[in-house]
Design a protein around this ligand. Sequence first.
Ligand SMILES: [Zn+2]
Length: 644
Amino acid sequence: MDENDRHEPTALPERPKKDADVTEPWINREKPKPEKAPKKPKAPKAAKEPKPPPVKKEKTPNVPAAPIDPESMFKEGFLKSVYNEKSSEKVVTRFPPEPNGFLHIGHSKAIAINFGFARYHNGVCYLRFDDTNPEAEEERYFTAIEDMIQWLGFTPYKVTYSSDNFDKLYDLAEFLIKKDGAYVCHCTDTEIKLQKGGEKGAAGPRYACPHRDRPPEESLKEFRAMKDGKYKPREAFLRMKQDLTDGNPQMWDLAAYRILEKPHHRTGDKWRIYPTYDFTHCLCDSFEDISHSLCTTEFQLSRVSYEWLCDVVEVYKPMQREYGRLNLTGTVLSKRKLLKLVEDRHVRGWDDPRLYTLIALRRRGIPPGAILSFVNELGVSTALTNIQIVRFEQSIRRYLEQTVPRLMLLLDPIAVIIDNLPDDYVEDIELPFSPKDPSFGNHTVPFTKTVYIDRTDFREVDSKDFFRLAPGKSVGLLKVPFPIKATSFEKDEATGLVTAVHAQYEKPEDESTAFKKPKTYIQWVGSSQAHSSPIKAEVRIFNPLFRSENPDAAEGGYLNDINPNSEEIYPNAMIETGLGEIKQRAPWPEEEGEKGVKKGEAGWETVRFQGLRVGYFCMDRDSEGEKVVLNRIVSLKEDSGKGS
Ligand SMILES: [Zn+2]
């Protein structure tokens, strides 16, 4: 389905091309400022990055919306009317990726539509690898594509390959030639361009090539000669004899077969000629009895040739209908561009959490259910859907808000020594994993003489508009019965960083005495060897990989648009001990392809939680044994400054 990277052996139009680089009006919208993260300790004073001018915040509510009916996209609108057009038959659909790259966010819509439509109507959906171009295929893509479909919670009825049908397709090609519906042509690319009216946009006269009228017997002989190796690539190909007077370029004698001297990963060196997309796709749909052939609007013009070929070779004709593709702005999705990012080490690999391949989204911790929910929220119509990353993240955030537990996490901890508590003081503090849903359960964490808080929650000099910890000021520690008040602090003169804060626990002599409730509660982590608290972690905060909404429009290309601060690492982060239980109980949430995984055996990325007041996180696959690496899935709020 993805056309971004298809390298054609000839200049003949085969699959319609998608133009990934098209300039659209939305590109002028600026990205919201990335979430401000606390300053890293000892950060060398680097040259300041030019900051984009302040942008107006696009206010998006941070409250979870009412849950969306996960099947609404099939019950209304485009997909309902497509079903109604042909509601009597058993629903059979297919998802037909080319095995030449990793699936990305755009494909999640095609998967949700094709597999979801079949499931909703009690039908079946094939996974058909469109493997007609042996030059681009690699084994790892087949496996990765199947994995991603399973992860999104779908099971193909059967896994098939276009190449399974090479014999059948060849026979139909001969049949077509005998019917005088195709001919072997030896024209060059330039000649063909001229026959089609000249350069792009030019409306020169269209005319037939000299080979068009050769007798079918001659074409048949030449076609067999093509198969048997008489010709080199480009010296001959089979063209369908369509209708040059038709206004639709898909009717201008498309190529049906071309010579490619490449072995095929399934058929080996049996074939030297391979069918084109235009010849293969509709016939494979027909062989598999597809009832509703759903594809993107890039294929709208192809519907005519699709139906033409099925009719001429006298096979069952499935119904093709087209929906608008999902496109995410502010990133790149084409395989060639992603490859460059990977090879030049701008990212950690194809699954780098800053990318929008599905494997990257999985590693980043985005639950499969959240992706489906996002697709469903957008709805399906014939319009192209251009979505900004902020909107995607907003949807993910809403999903996580409802489905993952909460923990206390400190990105950049500083110690607070509570001087009026005994050295061995331990008080068990009970914390709920969810503030609203008791079914998430509770856990306890140790409150001790030394606790850690986040550096951003302490100020050396107090001010009226600051409501957290400062000398002489009190703050609440989440769920700890009484506040603490800072008395003094220690500082490393070399770095200028506060190393420890001294405080008093403001427990009244008589516990029934009223005490002043603090204005603010902050997250904290106790220090107790017996409890193995705190748990240390490396936290990776991801910001958009590109600075603009249209990286391709940047001067010098998308590589010049890379955000130098797209990954911030906090090497000394701390988490409370509740992480242990979260790990054992993962996946969070247990949905779609993550359903039914044995507890404790789910992937690291399913260990998801909200770090209170910080953001949503999951464990990264770089975690190992005691080593904890966390990825930020999304921030807590769009453009969240760390306000009081
Ligand atoms: Zn010709």
